[in-house]
Design a protein around this ligand. Structure first.
Ligand SMILES: [Zn+2]
Length: 284
């Protein structure tokens, strides 16, 4: 049975800086170059935040527009996913880039604790972000920091606030949120399959040293995998990751180990029910 594994690369995030790892891409041109290398290594989704020149998080739609244009030029077919996460701005500023119509955007549907603060996702903002995604034909990726977020996504789907079967990403290992716990992970999978169907795709992400653990669990269990410097800047205790592509290659090795092909961008678009991608590339 062939069940291609979609590799998502979270290139930048809003926290790591060049002090943590000089390979973290900050400027738009660095982001495009880093993504291109990760795309060639096997990633088919890029999850992106943008930064100001001083490395602080930004939600500037002009930066997102420049990034999208460069990614579409240099990584044709790759799925572009923008973050609407809460570190880069407050309230509706978090969704100001949705009118650029990226293929996907992250969507947090509930609140939880983060390492040093509350990650606030009040119901009216969640509803607004979901409505913007519907209006602009942007597929949400539901960031499940907690079990309740999976059930909330189901309610939103039933209510017509999410167009297609929700694509859920389990996030584990964020301090003060859900720890890395195998029983919970298995229950997350069962819950997705019960609510969204046995073949519903899902993804998982682990933070820090747990990234490799969640990659291994997800690939082995038939899910999709997220990696990248946003979640983890190290290869192991002693070595910084030299690039986003190096972290992608680590997931490719896990796909080999668990005998799963790495999804091409065309396969990834089909699995996720996305727009087909650039037609001029169809013959390639
Ligand atoms: Zn992110």
């Amino acid at each position: 049975m062939s069940n291609p594994c979609i590799i998502c690369v979270a290139i930048t995030g809003s926290l790591p800086t060049k002090t943590n790892n000089p390979a973290v891409p900050i400027t738009v041109s660095e982001q495009i170059e880093s993504t291109h290398e990760a795309f060639e290594a096997g990633a088919s989704i890029v999850h992106a935040h943008v930064r100001n020149d001083d490395q602080t998080p930004s939600s500037d739609p002009e930066k997102f527009a420049a990034l999208k244009e460069g990614l579409e030029k240099h990584c044709p077919g790759m799925i572009v996913q923008f973050s609407t996460g809460g570190r880069s701005g407050a309230g509706q500023a978090r969704g100001a880039m949705l009118e650029l119509r990226p293929d996907m955007a992250s969507l947090s549907v509930g609140s939880n604790n983060f390492p040093t603060r509350v990650y606030e996702n009040p119901p009216d903002l969640v509803d607004w972000l979901a409505a913007e995604m519907l209006a602009h034909d942007v597929k949400p990726e539901i960031e499940a920091f907690d079990l309740s977020h999976i059930l909330k996504a189901h309610q939103m789907w039933q209510a017509g606030q999410i167009a297609q079967v929700p694509y859920v990403q389990f996030v584990m290992g964020v301090k003060n949120a859900m720890p890395v716990d195998r029983d919970v992970f298995d229950y997350y999978i069962r819950t997705v399959q019960r609510l969204f169907g046995p073949d519903a795709p899902w993804c998982a992400a682990g933070i820090g040293a747990q990234q490799a653990t969640l990659n291994d669990w997800a690939v082995a269990a038939g899910g999709h995998a997220r990696t990248g410097l946003e979640d983890n800047v190290r290869l192991d205790r002693d070595r910084l990751a030299p690039s986003n592509a190096a972290l992608v290659r680590r997931v490719v090795e896990l796909c080999d180990k668990h005998e799963r092909p790495v999804a091409t961008w065309r396969q990834a678009r089909s699995i996720l029910g996305l727009r087909a991608g650039p037609e001029k590339e169809q013959a390639a």
